[in-house]
Ligand binder design. Structure first.
Ligand code: NAP
Length: 487
C-alpha cells in the first residue's frame, strides 16, 4: 500500500457506529476487509452480532420521537453539511472506495459526487414535505392530510456502490425524520463507516444513525425485522436475498423498498446513430466493471448494423486497460471476489459452447486480483445462460434481431424489469418501444439513467418502490388523514 492508501484506511474508525458512539462488537470479534485487486487484507473491522444489533435498535427506537420533532430546515442543513464534507474529502474517499471495492479511481470519484448529490437533493426535499387540506365531497367535513416519518428503518446495502447506495437511503430517511440502522455489505464496510463519521461531523444528532458491519447478515437483521420496533426495510441487493427479506418483513407488516437485480436489454436499431450507440453501450456495460444492477446484460443489435456495431464495440473494449483501480490510467478494475469471476467465466463458456464467437477477451486477467478481461461475444444464441442471468462483469454479449416486435419480445422475456436502453433516431419508434418495455427506467439514446433527481427503481422481480427524485422521500413517510367534523 502507498502512504496515501495507508493513510486513508487508517483515517476510518473500524468500530461499530452505535447511535453516534464508536464501540467494539460486544463479542470483540473483527473481520478482514480485502483489496480485490491484490487479495491483501486492508484492515480488520468490528463484526456486529445480534447483541449489537439489538443495542442499535434500542437506540433507534428511543430516539425516533425526538428526531421526528427536529425542524425540517435543521435536518436539511445536516444533509447539506454532509454533502459539503463528502465533496471536500472526495479524493481520500475515492481512494478508500477503490481499495475496498476495486473500481477505477475516476469512477470512485464519480461515485462520491453521485453519493453526495443524494444528500444535497434530500436536503432540499426535507423542507418540501407537503400535506393537504380539502373539503369532503358532501361538504360536511374537512380532510387534513399529514405526512409523518414511518419510523425506525433498517437499511441494507450491497458492495457495488458502497457510498451511493448508503446515501440514497440515508438521505431521504434523514429528510423524512426517521432514525435508522445501516448494515453495509461485508466486502465494503469502510465507506459506510466513513460516511457515519462525516454525518456525525455534519451535526447528525446522537441516536439517529447506527452502522453495523457484520459477517452474519441473517443472524443480525432477522431479529430486528421481527421485533416490531423497526417499521421499515429498505434493501438494495440481489432478488434472491430481497425475496427472503420480504418474507421476513411480512411478520411485522413492514413498509418495504426493494432495489433488486437487473437484466437490462440494450437495443440498437438500424436507424441509430451507431457511434452514439457504441458510446452508450460502453457506459451501460462497463460502468463499475459491469458490476451494476443497471448494466447492459443483453445487447440486441438489428441485423443491418449488428456486425459493424460488434466490431466497433470490440475495438473499444479491447483497448481498455485492466489493472489495480488506484493506478493511473486503469479503466477496468477487478471483480469483487473469485466466486464472481468463476460465475462470469462459466457464463462465457456456456455461450461459447452454444456457438457464440469471442471477438475480444474471454478469460481472466493477469495478476493476483480477481481480474476478468473486457469481453465481447458475437452470434450469441438467444437461449444462452447469460441472456437470462445477471452477468455482473465486463462481458458484452451481442445478439441479433430482425424486427422491432422481435426485439421487444426478447427484451421483455425476463422476470427482471429494472432498466432498458434503446438507440434509434425514429421518434415514433422511440416512444412506441419505450412504452412497450417492461422496466422501471429506460435510457433513450443514453447509456446511463442514474440521477439523484430522478426516480430510480424497477418493476417485476427488480423491486418495489423508488429511490431519488420527488418520490424518493415518500418511501420514508406515512400519510395520516384527520377527518374534521362538527363544523
Ligand atoms: P446480496 O448478496 O443480495 O447482498 C446485498 C446485501 O444484503 C449485503 O449487505 C448482504 O450482506 C446482505 N444480505 C445477504 N444475505 C442476507 C440475509 N440473509 N439477511 C439480511 N441481509 C443479507 O447482493 P450483492 O451481491 O451484495 O449485490 C449485488 C446485487 O445487488 C445484484 O443483484 C445487483 O443487481 C443488486 N443491486 C441492485 C441495485 C438496484 O438499485 N436495483 C443497485 C445495486 C445492486 P453480506 O455482504 O454480508 O452478504
Amino acid at each position: 500500500m502507498s502512504d496515501q492508501e495507508a493513510r486513508v484506511v487508517a483515517q476510518v474508525d473500524k468500530r461499530l457506529f452505535l447511535g453516534g458512539q464508536w464501540r467494539d462488537a460486544a463479542s470483540g470479534a473483527t473481520f478482514p476487509v480485502e483489496d480485490p485487486s491484490t487479495r491483501e487484507t486492508l484492515c480488520e473491522v468490528a463484526d456486529a452480532g445480534k447483541e449489537d444489533a439489538l443495542a442499535a435498535l434500542d437506540i433507534a427506537h428511543r430516539t425516533q420521537r425526538e428526531w421526528a420533532a427536529v425542524a425540517p430546515r435543521t435536518r436539511g442543513e445536516i444533509l447539506r453539511g454532509g454533502y459539503e464534507l463528502l465533496m471536500e474529502r472526495q479524493e481520500d474517499l475515492a481512494v478508500l472506495m477503490t481499495l475496498e471495492m476495486g473500481k477505477p479511481l475516476p469512477e470512485a470519484r464519480g461515485e462520491i459526487a453521485y453519493a453526495a448529490e443524494f444528500l444535497r437533493w434530500f436536503s432540499e426535499e426535507a423542507v418540501r414535505i407537503e400535506g393537504g387540506f380539502s373539503t369532503s365531497p358532501d361538504g360536511k367535513s374537512r380532510f387534513l392530510i399529514m405526512r409523518q416519518p414511518v419510523g425506525p428503518s433498517m437499511l441494507i446495502t450491497p458492495w457495488n456502490f458502497p457510498m451511493a447506495m448508503g446515501t440514497r437511503k440515508i438521505g431521504p430517511a434523514i429528510a423524512a425524520g426517521c432514525t435508522m440502522i445501516l448494515k453495509p455489505a461485508h466486502q465494503t464496510p469502510l465507506c459506510a463507516l466513513a460516511l457515519a463519521g462525516i454525518l456525525a461531523e455534519a451535526g447528525l444528532p446522537e441516536g439517529v444513525l447506527s452502522v453495523i458491519p457484520t459477517t452474519s447478515p441473517g443472524a443480525v437483521t432477522e431479529p430486528l425485522l421481527s421485533d416490531g420496533r423497526i417499521r421499515k426495510l429498505s434493501f438494495t441487493g440481489s432478488t434472491a436475498v430481497g425475496r427472503k427479506l420480504l418474507e421476513q418483513s411480512a411478520g411485522q407488516v413492514l413498509r418495504t423498498s426493494m432495489e433488486l437485480g437487473g437484466n437490462a436489454p440494450f437495443l440498437v436499431f438500424d436507424d441509430a446513430d451507431l457511434e452514439a450507440a457504441v458510446d452508450g453501450a460502453m457506459l451501460a456495460k462497463m460502468r463499475n466493471i459491469g458490476e451494476a444492477c443497471t448494466a447492459a446484460n443483453r445487447i440486441y443489435a438489428q441485423s443491418g448494423v449488428a456486425a459493424e456495431f460488434a466490431a466497433r464495440l470490440s475495438e473499444r473494449m479491447g483497448a481498455l486497460r485492466l489493472g489495480r483501480g488506484v493506478d493511473e490510467g486503469v479503466q477496468v478494475g477487478p471483480l469483487i471476489d473469485d466466486k464472481a469471476r468463476q460465475k462470469v467465466q462459466s457464463l462465457v463458456d456456456d455461450a461459447v459452447g452454444r456457438g457464440a464467437r469471442v471477438l475480444v477477451g474471454g478469460g481472466p486477467g493477469e495478476g493476483p486480483g480477481h481480474f476478468y478481461q473486457p469481453t465481447v461475444l458475437a452470434d450469441v444464441p438467444m437461449d444462452s445462460e447469460l441472456s437470462y442471468t445477471e452477468i455482473f462483469g465486463p462481458v458484452a454479449p451481442v445478439l441479433t434481431f430482425e424486427t422491432e416486435q422481435e426485439a421487444l419480445a426478447a427484451a421483455n422475456d425476463t422476470e427482471f424489469g429494472l432498466v432498458s436502453y434503446l438507440y434509434t433516431r425514429d421518434l415514433n419508434r422511440a416512444l412506441r418501444v419505450s412504452e412497450g418495455l417492461e422496466t422501471g427506467m429506460v435510457g433513450l439514446n443514453q447509456g446511463i439513467v442514474s440521477n439523484p433527481a430522478a426516480p430510480f427503481g424497477g418493476v417485476k422481480h427488480s423491486g418495489l418502490g423508488r429511490e431519488g427524485g420527488r418520490v424518493g422521500i415518500e418511501e420514508f413517510l406515512d400519510t395520516k388523514y384527520v377527518g374534521i367534523g362538527g363544523l
